[in-house]
Ligand binder design. Structure first.
Ligand code: C2E
Ligand code: CA
Ligand code: CA
Ligand code: CA
Length: 280
């Protein structure tokens, strides 16, 4: 037993080194990527199944690395958060997203298209975050009243009162706030109660098997009811099939987002998507 445990310790140590090295390499590459403008933004449409109209788009960061190929945000966002690069990354993503959003608003002045942008808790808790962020949006000519900040429930939101104050600075100038990945994180209910939300995004893990597991549909039904009692708008994430669309609609969900409606698209392809959506 003794032997195997020392082998385990060795293996553990090696993999730690590897992880640390990998992390350092990724961080270095990401730092260069931001400088070399390798980051782009894709946009995933959000849909109102009750009116049949497009409601908005969520901007999702993409990294096309010449060395690594396409890197998923699930990989590089955590690296950005741990290394402090998230502030720069967030600024780049925000500027690019807002620029496209302004372009669409100019192309379709009679339509309202909301833009959702992901904000990491690590960004949110930085000093002066709201002031700096609002300045960036205004500098790009963005319209705060059509921009939604998506914040994720995580352990990083330790000081709810502080978080609430930061979010209220955004609300004061017109932004709306969405709680992302609802139901999977920490202290969901305290966030729901205390934060100045407009939208709650119900995590994909509940939507995934909504048509096969009655427990999932019961959970979604309860979340929707609770959110509506608070006056929040609900959005189902990761809707992939028509059957799921019909179910979440029947459960009272206000909005849907997922492959059934559209995958995340580069801005040029979203142009075509909008042309089609607004023609109908
Ligand atoms: P998220 O905010 O929950 O974004 C939704 C994720 O689900 C996206 O993954 C999207 O491509 C994917 N998705 C959408 N519809 C479906 C569906 O029907 N089925 C399935 N299986 N997946 C679907 P993506 O783009 O890989 O992003 C992963 C996560 O990375 C995001 O999760 C978000 O937490 C983070 N992220 C992405 N861009 C940014 C960013 O600019 N800033 C920050 N802070 N985080 C970002
Ligand atoms: Ca999101
Ligand atoms: Ca989400
Ligand atoms: Ca997620």
């Amino acid at each position: 037993a003794k032997r195997s445990s020392s082998v385990n310790v060795m293996l553990y140590d090696c993999s730690m080194d590897l992880d640390v090295q990998l992390q350092a390499t990724l961080e270095q590459l990401l730092r260069q990527a931001i400088e070399n403008d390798e980051l782009t933004v894709y946009f995933q449409p959000q849909f109102d199944p009750h009116t049949g109209k497009i409601y908005g788009v969520e901007s999702l960061a993409r990294w096309h690395s010449p060395v690594l190929g396409v890197v998923s945000p699930a990989k590089f966002i955590p690296v950005a958060e741990d290394s402090g690069l998230i502030a720069r990354l967030g600024e780049v993503v925000t500027r690019k997203s807002v620029r496209e959003h302004v372009r669409w608003a100019t192309m379709y002045p009679d339509q309202v298209l909301k833009l959702s942008i992901n904000v990491s808790p690590g960004q949110l808790m930085r000093p002066n975050f709201a002031e700096d962020y609002i300045a960036i949006v205004l500098e790009e000519g963005g319209d705060p009243s059509n921009i939604i900040l998506e914040i994720t429930e995580t352990a990083a939101i330790t000081d709810l009162a502080y978080c609430e104050r930061v979010l209220n600075k955004f609300i004061k100038v017109g932004f709306e706030i969405a709680l992302d990945d609802f139901g999977t994180g920490y202290s969901s209910l305290s966030l729901l109660k205390q934060l100045p939300l407009k939208y709650v995004k119900i995590d994909r893990s509940f939507i995934m098997d909504i048509d096969t597991e009655s427990s999932s549909s019961e959970i979604v039904r309860s979340i929707v009811m609770m959110c509506h009692s608070f006056g929040y708008c609900t959005l189902a994430e990761g809707v992939e099939t028509h059957k799921q669309t019909e179910l979440v609609k029947a459960l009272g969900c206000n909005l849907i987002q997922g492959y059934v409606y559209s995958r995340p698209l580069p801005a040029a392809q979203l142009d075509d998507f909008l042309a089609q959506a607004y023609r109908e």
